[in-house]
Design a protein around this ligand. Structure first.
Ligand SMILES: Cc1ncc(COP(=O)(O)O)c(C=O)c1O
Length: 410
């Protein structure tokens, strides 16, 4: 049985004995479907890197809405962008073009490998769309070229095709049969070299830093090898940067650090400052295979969300912010390693920028709930990994405060 947890990322799975709301008093039984085992706290406001409950207790937030709230809470610039966006069009449908979406797409193209962008509403949707575009493109090379390959430890979403590319049995098993033609292979070059058939494989999807799978940074050399193999065999390399992209690892896109250019990149989480949005960035070669009517979305890239995202993108692509993430991130990682040496409670520290995971003795759920009671929010990435995703604007003092609480907990 999965250990009980206060972590909002851990879903109540069908084999768990307790109902999702087990930690809450009966008066707080929620009419919301129990797919999350929610922490026994309700936040009413946020400011900077802190969230506050109804009693005014402050919580230093190293979850940041699971890598969404890169700018923290109550950010003046973000609020102004939202007010300004509300003065304009909210929605027109994708039957018409509107300038905020055009401008955002142009900005994403200007700062990346990509030539074209498709907007949607979430990370899973971005990956599902990328799978479709990869198949559409691969089929121009041969009718059996359709398989999608993901890696051990991957998390790409909860919809059917993305679930098939997600490597966690408790997420997958209750929903079989999953989408056919999607398989998971070890993060092993020899095995992947054998699996990546030029004739049958349309796409390989990879998180440069696996998030849910335990914060595992994929080696730059490994990514370069995968790029070389997929390029030679005309297989689309899709990088899922939904969690690790947009500044989280200290460069605007994580792929920059490996010096490679993918065929597609998927984005979501921080892109619109907490509003739902996803994006698929792609080369002209992939884009040219996609025809009107091949894919669609009612809401994706609407003018309100796109104009807010434009503000967020300008902030997250600011070289000063990226430099801040690199320097404070390196410092943060060193502090975590120092804590690991001082206590015997950490088995391993992994991460990049402001995305870190620590493998703990005992369960991550225990650390998550102890930290919560001391006013620090952290979340799990698996049963034994505690994940730390502070807002990218966190100062060194704020990070230090969180590390002190974490060390007390450990
Ligand atoms: C790497 C990665 N891909 C995809 C997703 C799915 O995103 P969403 O929850 O917006 O569908 C997530 C969410 O945690 C993620 O971390």
């Amino acid at each position: 049985m999965t250990a009980p947890t206060a972590n909002s990322m851990t879903p109540a799975t069908t084999h768990e004995a307790q109902p999702a709301s087990a930690g809450l008093p009966p008066a707080m039984m929620s009419p919301i479907l129990g797919t999350y085992k929610r922490a026994p706290v309700e936040f009413v406001r946020g400011s900077g890197v802190y969230l506050y409950d109804a009693e005014g207790k402050a919580y230093l937030d190293f979850v940041a809405g699971i890598a969404v709230n890169a700018l923290g809470y109550d950010d003046a610039g973000l609020k102004a962008a939202m007010h300004a966006a509300a003065e304009g069009l909210i929605h027109t449908s994708n039957l018409y073009s509107t300038s905020p979406g055009e401008q955002l797409a142009a900005a994403l193209v200007a700062k990346s490998f990509a030539d074209r962008v498709f907007f949607c509403n979430s990370g899973a949707e971005a990956n599902e769309g990328a799978f479709k575009f990869a198949r559409r493109w691969a089929r121009t090379q041969g009718d059996v070229k359709h398989e999608i390959i993901a890696l051990r430890g991957a998390f790409h979403g909860r919809l059917f095709a993305t679930l098939a590319a997600t490597d966690r049995p408790s997420y997958r098993l209750p929903f079989r049969p999953l989408t056919p033609g999607v398989s998971i292979f070890e993060r092993d070059l020899r095995e992947l070299d054998a699996a990546l058939s030029e004739d049958t494989v349309a796409a390989l999807i990879v998180e440069p830093v696996q998030g849910e799978g335990g914060v595992r940074v994929l080696d730059a050399g490994f990514l370069r090898e995968l790029r070389a193999i997929t390029k030679a065999r005309k297989i689309a390399l899709i990088l899922d940067e939904i969690q690790c992209g947009l500044g989280r690892t200290g460069t605007l896109f994580a792929y920059e650090q490996a010096g490679i250019e993918p065929d597609m990149v998927t984005l979501a989480k921080p892109i619109a400052g907490g509003l739902p949005m996803g994006a698929i960035l792609m080369t002209e070669e992939i884009a040219s295979a996609v025809k009107p009517g091949d894919h669609g979305t009612t809401f994706g890239g609407g003018p309100f969300v796109a104009s807010v995202a434009m503000h967020v993108f300008e902030r997250l692509s600011d070289p000063k912010l990226l430099e801040h993430v690199r320097t404070t991130g390196a410092w943060f990682g060193k502090q975590l390693n120092d804590i690991a040496h001082r206590t015997s409670r950490i088995r391993q520290v992994r991460g990049a920028g402001l995305m870190w995971g620590i493998d703990v003795m005992g369960t991550s759920a225990h650390v998550v709930s102890e930290a919560l009671s001391r006013g620090l929010l952290v979340c799990s990435a698996g049963d034994y990994t505690v994940r730390l995703l502070p807002p990218l604007v966190s100062t060194q003092d704020e990070l230090l405060r969180g590390l002190q609480i974490l060390e007390e907990v450990l």
